[in-house]
Design a protein around this ligand. Sequence first.
Ligand SMILES: O=C(O)CCC(=O)C(=O)O
Length: 250
Amino acid sequence: MVLLVSPLSSPNACGMKASLSPAPPLDHARNLWPHDYSEFCETIDRYNKEMKKLAERVMHLMLQSLGLNEDDLDWAGPVKDLQEVSGVLQLNSYPSCPDPDRAMGLAAHTDSSLLTILHQNSTSGLQVLRAQDIYGPARWVTIPPLPGALVINIGDLSHILSNGRFHSVLHRAVVNRIRHRYSMAYICGPPAHAKVSPLRPSSGRPVFRAVTWPEYLGLKGKLFNQALASIRVSDETWEDHNNASVITCV
Ligand SMILES: O=C(O)CCC(=O)C(=O)O
């Protein structure tokens, strides 16, 4: 079961993932807890605000690690936009299953966000795909829940923004034989109007074209795990583009 809540103060703003949610989050909470939904809503509202602050801080550090200093962050319009993130909180519930190998929690995917901050209860289930290395072929690795720890997943938009220096991570959730598992994902992205494009590519040219979050979600809906590849700028397109600009300038 997936419940999407963001932000509770404006229940219709289920945002980018509204199509997955059968009803506005406040209505959903009212149905589940007709008499005391307000405590749930207030707690979620507080959690949402804290996650937004944390996401902005992490995003800021990520931008700095790409070599953007405070001055760059001040003058660069689109970069400034990226410091004010918007988010969707997704609550996931995975009932136990006596035959977990024949059940699917959440299919393998990369997140379409800038980043996702994940809290898991004490039951493990999150796995990331580790690429082939000297220790063996590509394999799924479990990320065990640690008390008090949050997991941060890099999303496709950070992959684009960093021109591939940050890699979005392919992950999935598996179900547990005896224990019910819960997780909360704060999925954060730029404001809907902001175009995300590679910032100051260190190596030559931008590898991806610019997209807004809603546009990218549309592509993801159609192409799923091929969405990122679909906005790659090929060498030929890049050369054509450059030649075209030269001709235009002349
Ligand atoms: O439940 C988990 O650990 C994974 C959740 C997730 O990948 C998602 O909500 O996109």
